[in-house]
Design a protein around this ligand. Structure first.
Ligand SMILES: [Zn+2]
Length: 461
């Protein structure tokens, strides 16, 4: 823990944060103390592609152990799932649309069709992983076939309601990460790569930025954290792909000091001691009182965002603010712990069990959360007050993403403690898969919110 304190102090010198938030008497965190004077990050970056979700060293590490057979069995298992996925078939044919429509299609001249983009972005991403891990250019060629087709045909992300902003975010960062990995493929014609990068910047990035700045004209707290988070992921990944420092800095500054619920000071709504007595700290998520499906999406998408920032840190070691994982004394780890704890059951098989829950609703500490109460939203009738964690039907339905948190804190940072429940969630999910290929989270839109494949790319024994 000493190392973290030193890091936190170092960060505070750079950013003007104090190292830790103060504790008030009942053990909860004084949230107001997080809103410190913030010194804007205006870094210039080195981009050693790929440098979004993973870098070349990550691919080399995994490919080497797959090639020489030393990979843990779970990694081999997930590699096989990836190879057998319907989204990595080399005959995969993309279905690009001129408009990506998610939500009410009124006025768009077409029907809701965002499934096409979900499937094709996931396929391009999964094929890019498989190319890197096998060296087989058949996968690379299929991936760029998908990316080129979309860049050529698609002009807009839209609908008659705000739901298309979810597509701009979730499919934005999936496409961008596929393109980021494929940008290292010598077989991708330079003009096609340029066109793809421009497509991402022209069609997705303005939506992402507008959402983060304006939130569809609502108050800045109106959209739950996931809306911000997918748009932050997208804008960040497109910034990396385009080597656009301003875009990258925007997201870094938003994470530490943004107006919406993707800002870490709003994403986390209080820190508590583990009620089960582990000695760990756990942190309430902005969506914890809403429902567990969305709270777990918030964790998974945050994990993807942190992973991208940490990869970019590897080629920009002086920009220490990129260690989102470490921010606010490992607040993201604590947020994962709170959510994992409430969504885990006793017993060995989380995914099929009907066993008793690890913690009861009554045991979970919770800070009262006022959602759009006395806010500046024009509609005054939609506010809600949460006074306890939500115990809903989505409880226990874990999403891929726990490998990111577990492996980062336990194996990369080697903290030694503080990630007990992320470990349990990752252990129970492993191999956690992605969409299709043994997906642990179905094949509906929720399966496409996070990139998955964390066991393959990150698991270390
Ligand atoms: Zn509001």
């Amino acid at each position: 823990m000493k190392k973290n304190l030193i890091f936190a102090l170092g960060l505070s010198l750079i950013t003007g944060f104090t190292a830790c938030s103060s504790e008030i008497e009942d053990g909860t965190t004084d949230i107001d103390s997080w809103e410190m004077p913030y010194e804007e990050v205006v870094a210039k970056y080195t981009y050693t592609h790929p440098c979004a979700m993973f870098n070349e060293a990550d691919f080399t590490r995994v490919k080497t152990m797959l090639d020489n057979g030393s990979a843990p069995q779970a990694v081999k298992d997930e590699f096989n799932l990836l190879k057998s996925s319907q989204f990595t078939n080399v005959t995969y044919t993309p279905s690009p649309t001129e408009k990506i429509v998610r939500g009410d299609a009124t006025g768009t001249g077409t029907t809701e069709n965002s499934n096409n983009a979900m499937r094709d972005a996931a396929a391009a991403y999964q094929l890019s992983l498989l190319w890197k891990l096998t060296g087989d250019t058949k996968y690379a060629d299929t991936s760029i076939k998908i990316l080129n087709a979309w860049a050529k045909v698609c002009k807009e992300v839209t609908s008659n309601d705000s739901n298309h902003m979810l597509a701009a975010g979730a499919q934005g960062y999936t496409f961008a990460n596929a393109g980021e990995i494929m940008s290292t493929y010598s077989g991708w014609a330079a003009n096609d790569l340029t066109a793809f990068k421009k497509w991402m910047k022209d069609v997705f990035a303005p939506k992402n930025l507008d959402f983060m700045k304006r939130h569809q004209g609502t108050c800045s707290d109106h959209y739950w954290s996931n809306w911000d988070l997918v748009n932050m992921c997208s804008y960040f990944a497109i910034g990396i792909l385009n080597e656009d420092d301003e875009m990258v800095n925007f997201v870094v500054n938003y994470f530490y000091n943004g107006v919406g619920n993707g800002y870490i000071g709003k994403l986390i709504q209080g820190t508590f001691s583990d009620p089960l007595g582990s000695g760990e700290e756990i942190a309430q998520n902005q969506e914890s009182g809403r429902d567990q499906g969305h709270a777990m999406m918030s964790i998974a998408v945050t994990a993807n965002l942190c992973q991208m920032a940490y990869t970019l840190l590897q080629c920009n070691p002086t920009v220490t603010q990129l260690d989102f994982f470490a921010a606010k004394d490992n607040a993201i780890m604590k947020m994962g712990e709170y959510t994992a704890l409430f969504n885990l059951r006793n017993g060995s098989d989380q995914l099929n069990a009907a066993g008793s829950w690890l913690a009861t609703k009554e045991q979970m500490p919770f800070n009262r959360y006022e959602y759009c109460v006395d806010c500046s939203c024009a509609d005054k009738n939609h506010g809600a007050i949460h006074t306890a964690i939500a115990d809903d039907n989505g409880r226990g339905n874990l999403r891929p993403g726990w490998e990111i948190l577990f492996n980062h804190y336990a194996k990369v940072k080697k903290l030694g403690s503080g990630y007990k429940y992320a470990k349990m969630a990752a252990d129970k999910m492993r191999p956690e898969g992605g969409v299709d290929g043994g997906s642990r989270y179905g094949t509906n839109s929720g399966a496409f919110d996070q990139l998955g494949w964390g066991t393959l790319m990150l698991y270390r024994e």
